[in-house]
Design a protein around this ligand. Structure first.
Ligand code: SF4
Ligand code: SF4
Length: 319
């Protein structure tokens, strides 16, 4: 059983939950995007549609510094950049966004692998979502991806009220004082489908060839993807060649130099092999390692692509 909240009280509820914390929510500024906002600007929050950029940037930013370099200081040539996270609340994200974090957790916050920045960001963030009924975009196909209930709270729009379901003890504590309500959260339905399958036998299938000349290798699909996480680590020195920094920056498997190694060899030279690699990573390799698809069916890579390349159409042809 969940709880119920009158819509008129949402600002008050959100104000209480985010007191002393940073509030991140979708706002319309030309395009719809997640931004840090003050609760006084509550009316700017827009829950219509899903932002084209996911919440990934709040956990693994496009660029961030790792070390300060000072090579002139022999005793301490580098100093680690410490990141302090103010507790924060992400409000109005979707189940695909939160399932994106579930995938990123496997790589950045597990026993095997740990990224201090990501771990601190996750531990300090409360996840409050909005249920996707109806599906917010024609590109969504999350219904095909078997997503999990992974959030602190999920709100469902019931007209004048929100039905609220807790997905964690933290979430339960936040809604304890609200009125009980007996309701079953409706499941998401998408018009778009992906017929998932074992892709091992389809690598050389001619259906891929239709995408051969379309892809521009621009990397928009990976930067917009809810789960793409590849990065590069680089050093940058000032003109005196003494001071500088080491930083981490998003990379993309769609770029030619992604597989460039010493000696000049490049393992995925043609665009089609890079495109296939992206899809195999999402729907095959990740599942083999972690038991779940890396794709959450958010449809962002299709919507953001300048050629509107839709990998689900290719996979569905394999039936
Ligand atoms: S699939 Fe689309 S977005 Fe991705 S690299 Fe190719 S052209 Fe760019
Ligand atoms: S591959 Fe495309 S549909 Fe799947 S999670 Fe990434 S952006 Fe979303």
């Amino acid at each position: 059983m969940g709880k119920v909240l009158d819509k008129k009280r949402l600002k008050e509820f959100l104000g209480k939950v985010s007191k002393g914390k940073e509030l991140i929510a979708p706002v319309k500024r030309g395009t719809l995007r997640f931004e840090i906002i003050n609760i006084n600007y509550f009316d700017d929050i827009c829950l219509e549609g899903r932002p084209l950029f996911s919440i990934k940037k709040f956990f693994s930013p496009a660029k961030h510094d790792l070390l300060k370099l000072n090579l002139a200081d022999k005793k301490k040539p580098f100093e680690e950049e410490k990141t302090r996270f103010k507790p924060r609340v992400i409000f109005g994200a979707r189940l695909c966004d939160f399932n994106g974090l579930l995938r990123l957790d496997k790589l950045f916050n597990s026993k095997e692998y740990q990224d201090d920045y990501y771990k601190a960001a996750r531990e300090n963030t409360l996840l409050i979502g909005i249920n996707c009924v109806p599906a917010p975009s024609k590109y969504c196909f999350c219904e095909s991806m078997g997503l999990e209930k992974y959030y602190d709270l999920m709100l469902h729009d019931m007209g004048n009220k929100y039905y609220i379901e807790a997905g964690s003890p933290k979430g339960e504590a936040l809604i304890m004082t609200l009125e009980d309500y007996d309701f079953v959260m409706p499941e998401i339905k998408c018009d778009k489908k992906l017929f998932r399958k074992d892709l091992t036998q389809y690598y050389d299938n001619p259906a891929w060839n239709s995408e051969n000349d379309k892809c521009l290798s621009c990397g928009k699909c990976t930067s917009h993807c809810t789960t793409c996480l590849c990065f590069d680590v680089m050093d940058e020195l000032e003109v005196d060649l003494k001071k500088g920094k080491r930083f981490k920056e998003w990379d993309s498997c769609q770029f030619l130099n992604f597989t460039l190694v010493a000696g000049g060899a490049i393992f995925r030279k043609d665009r089609l092999s890079r495109f296939k690699h992206r899809i195999y990573h999402k729907l095959q390799y990740f599942r083999e390692k972690f038991g779940m698809d890396m794709c959450t069916g958010c449809g962002r890579c299709i919507e953001a692509c300048p050629r509107l390349i839709d990998f689900t159409e290719v996979i569905n042809k394999f039936r």
